[in-house]
Design a protein around this ligand. Structure first.
Ligand code: NAD
Length: 484
């Protein structure tokens, strides 16, 4: 079953920060894979733009090295690699000055799609928008892709939205959250709205609770200084976990259309109750024999930034009142594993008696590793042992279900960049959504700052602080094990 590739119209893509880490690891490999898949027209142009002084030839060598490291298999094929490098150009440019902008204006062409990827620090987003506008580059079919973080709090997010709005319409702004580009995340919508099976059960009458876990096994590593100013709440919850929660909790949109979907997501964020301090647990990892603790990595011995957070949330609307959502995310946890688990209620009456045990249906959406969806169902244990019940998974691991070719999914960046070119904003955050998420997040962070209590220590390789386990235990529930 070969995947169907629909070519996109020719475009010029400028990568501001084209020599940076994100460009090397994600953006350039994603573009190369879409190119080799046959998705680009021949006169597509990709232009790196950064402060480094180099010419197009040197930048091509840079791109070749990045691909050899981050897309080695595809980069080993000489012919497509050479054809891809032919599309590449470079401009030395300063976001904060005038140098390089005229050269960029000459290289991009009007009358075609022009996309500008802001892969630079957030303090430069406003400068880039302003200069694109000033040099006539924002006109026509132009669009900008803005990386995270989108603001640090509500006030800064609003200010950034206002700045961008001075130079671009909302329909030209693509705020990227790569979690939304994951195959499984989109499949969540397909499962919910493409089947009659789940939707009637998708409410507080049948769902006991929902768990969202995004666990990383690595620490803050080289990003310590940046991370220490942010913390898990800003870096993960306000954006990625909030987006996942919205997709699970939203009402069916009337159509799969950008504004229809984003309107429904926004309603979820606005329906969130403020979170009482007792429903939040913050943690900070300790060191191990071989690994330094958080404060050492953050180079801040007094740091009170959280590397872990767990929360219990209520979505106060007709569908979800009474069904809690438990969210947790952290670094240096036991495994790198992310999943959403929809835990259904017990059957109203067990005809098999207490010895059959307690069994529940759980729909698990695994985001990483091994993207896939699994439905736990209860069956009779095979054999002569009487009516003993066991839970078995109906596994929809895509790699197995769809065969190896289809399972070679485009990475989230591949899909999202192609959506930018197609002009489809469904999987990108709208300005009001981002602001609503900050409006909900800010009071939680303000409360921590006021209380001045430090985060709880937790061991490297654990499941976070014990208080996070208690957050569920006290409700008679348990977190699922963090495992790949
Ligand atoms: P980086 O520091 O590795 O690269 C920054 C790039 O910006 C370089 O190409 C540099 O030349 C360019 N630059 C800096 N100042 C400039 C100026 N005045 N004018 C023009 N260009 C300038 O950063 P990164 O890790 O690639 O991150 C880029 C953006 O992506 C940031 O907003 C970051 O938060 C976000 N992001 C990065 C990652 C990641 O994995 N690296 C993940 C998610 C989001």
């Amino acid at each position: 079953m070969a995947s169907r590739v629909i070519p996109v119209d020719p475009f010029d893509l400028v990568i501001f920060g084209g020599t940076g880490d994100l460009a090397r690891r994600k953006i350039l490999p994603a573009l190369y894979r879409r190119f080799t898949a046959g998705q680009f027209a021949t006169d597509t142009r990709l232009i790196g733009a950064a402060r480094a002084e180099m010419d197009a030839r040197a930048y091509r060598a840079f791109v070749r090295e990045a691909l050899a490291e981050f897309a080695p298999e595809e980069a080993a094929r000489k012919k497509p690699l050479a054809a891809f490098l032919d599309l590449i150009d470079y401009v030395t440019l300063d976001a904060r000055g005038e140098a390089g902008w005229d050269a960029l204006a000459q290289k991009t062409r009007t009358g075609r799609i022009r996309a500008y990827y802001f892969s630079v620090g957030p303090s430069l987003f406003g400068d880039l928008a302003k200069r694109l506008h000033k040099h006539g580059l924002a006109e026509g079919d132009a669009r900008i892709v803005v990386e995270k973080p989108f603001g640090h709090d509500l006030e800064s997010a609003r200010a950034l939205n206002r700045t961008l709005a001075r130079h671009f319409d909302e329909g030209q702004i693509y705020r990227i959250d790569h979690y939304l580009g994951k195959e499984t995340v989109q499949n969540l919508m397909a499962i919910r709205f493409g089947n009659v099976l789940f939707e009637p059960l998708w409410n507080s009458q049948y769902v006991d609770h929902i768990q969202i876990t995004v666990a990383e096994s690595v620490g803050v590593g080289g990003r310590g200084e940046y991370y220490d100013r942010s913390g898990a709440m800003r870096d993960m919850v306000q954006n990625h976990l909030m987006q996942l929660l919205c997709l699970i909790a939203m009402e069916p949109p009337a159509k799969f259309d950008p504004d229809a979907v984003r309107d429904e997501k926004l309603k979820v964020i606005r329906a969130l109750d403020p979170v009482a301090p007792a429903n939040v647990v913050r943690g900070q990892y300790e060191g191990s024999e071989s690994q330094p603790d958080y404060r050492t990595q953050a180079e801040n011995p007094e740091s009170t930034t959280e590397s872990f957070v767990a929360l219990k949330l209520n979505v106060s609307n007709w569908r979800w009142a009474g069904t809690p959502f438990y969210l947790r995310t952290g670094k240096r946890l036991r495994e790198r594993a992310s999943e959403i688990a929809v835990v259904f209620k017990d059957a109203p009456h067990s005809i098999f008696g207490p010895e059959a045990g307690r069994h529940r249906n759980i729909l698990t959406i695994r985001l990483q590793p091994n993207e896939g969806i699994e439905l736990g169902v209860t069956i009779k244990e095979p054999g002569p042992g009487g009516m003993r019940l066991i839970d078995v998974p109906l596994d929809m691991t895509f790699a197995e279900a769809l065969g190896s070719e289809e399972a070679d999914f485009p990475d989230a960046y591949e899909r999202l960049i192609m959506d930018v070119i197609r002009g489809n904003q469904t999987l990108f955050m709208r300005g009001d959504e981002v602001e609503a998420a900050w409006a909900w997040t800010d009071p939680i962070i303000a409360e921590w700052q006021e209380a001045g209590t430090p985060p709880l220590p937790y061991a490297t390789g654990s499941s976070g602080p014990d208080d996070a386990l208690m957050l569920m235990h006290r409700d008679g529930r348990r977190w699922r094990e963090i495992r790949p």
